[in-house]
Write a protein that binds this ligand. Structure first.
Ligand code: ATR
Length: 287
């Protein structure tokens, strides 16, 4: 579709923003649906975030995604924040409605939908061990509680961050923090249905979480939020033990699909085209 005076714009604000696969995914969606929309990466330094968010209105953009380091800071500059994003303390999608900036967080949705599609697994009644308590760990743990998980354990190297999740999600929920040690994980692993890696360990070749191989059994579902490389050390270990495995590509896809629906007022996202574009952007071709 040619860019002209009627082209509508969305994009992503980040710093850095050079590695984002979102433009490929969203522009493929617009092309597939013959929409005259474009998705652009914007390199926005943190000190310019307020000006950039005001610019959404000034330039008449439809909305944006926010990525590192803007997800938390943006909360202070929006007119309305969806309750889930408010609870998480992080926004990844902004849309303009009647001149007002509304913030949402689609990461939890992306995770729940990925678990459904990759494992045919609902979160309700499940017991989940979340490794990591950064932004990804926080949205995943909160989503599990929201969806009625039976138990959620958060294991993080830095205990204060898992404690902060417990506070945000509500200490009364079925959620507990445990130390990030094999000894602590050993005491609960028999009860865990789904183990999620939400740490950044696995991004670099040879990175290992150091988990005991005995934790992995054919009844365990193992989800790694990392998608590049496609098979991390964790997934290799899980695969060897015949555990059910999936990487984070579908979480990325479905959080994007939900953003697309927010911007387009519930137009159905063309998932197959978006997935194909993501795989090409991330792996250099369909896998
Ligand atoms: P994101 O927003 O993607 O979740 P983040 O906020 O930088 O990223 O969080 C990274 C997560 O990986 C954190 O939970 C971090 O643990 P700490 O809170 O203790 O820093 C975890 N992490 C990073 N390197 C790790 C390592 N070598 N071992 C265990 N956890 C690690």
């Amino acid at each position: 579709m040619k860019i002209d005076g009627t082209t509508k714009l969305v994009g992503v604000f980040g710093d850095p923003v050079t590695h984002t696969a979102s433009p490929a995914m969203h522009n493929a969606a617009f092309t597939a649906l013959k929409m005259n929309w474009k998705y652009l990466p914007f390199h926005v330094a943190i000190e310019n975030l307020k000006a950039a968010l005001d610019g959404i209105r000034a330039l008449n953009l439809i909305g944006v995604n926010l990525t590192v380091p803007h997800k938390v800071a943006a909360l202070g500059f929006l007119d309305e924040v969806d309750p889930e994003a408010r609870q998480l303390g992080a926004v990844n999608t902004v849309v303009v409605e009647n001149g007002r900036l509304h913030g949402f967080n689609t990461d939890g949705y992306g995770f729940a939908r990925a678990i459904q599609e990759d494992f045919n697994l609902g979160l309700q009644g499940r017991s989940v061990l979340v490794l990591g308590a950064g932004g990804a760990g926080r949205s995943i743990a909160a989503k599990c509680v929201r969806e009625g998980a039976q138990h959620v354990w958060v294991a993080n190297r830095t205990a204060s961050k898992s404690d902060a999740i417990l506070q945000a999600v509500g200490n009364a929920g079925p959620i507990a923090a445990i130390p990030f040690t094999n000894a602590a994980i050993r005491t609960i692993i028999d009860r865990v249905d789904l183990l999620v890696n939400a740490t950044s360990v696995g991004l670099r070749p040879g990175d290992s979480l150091g988990l005991e191989p005995a934790f992995f059994t054919p009844k365990l579902y193992v989800y790694d939020t990392i998608y590049r490389p496609a098979e991390t050390e964790l997934l290799k270990l899980a695969h060897t033990a015949d555990a059910k495995c999936a990487n984070g590509l579908n979480m990325l896809l479905y959080q994007g699909a939900r953003s697309f629906e927010i911007w387009t007022k519930d137009k159905k996202a063309p998932l197959a085209k978006m997935r194909q574009a993501l795989k090409t952007a991330v792996y250099g071709g369909p896998q």
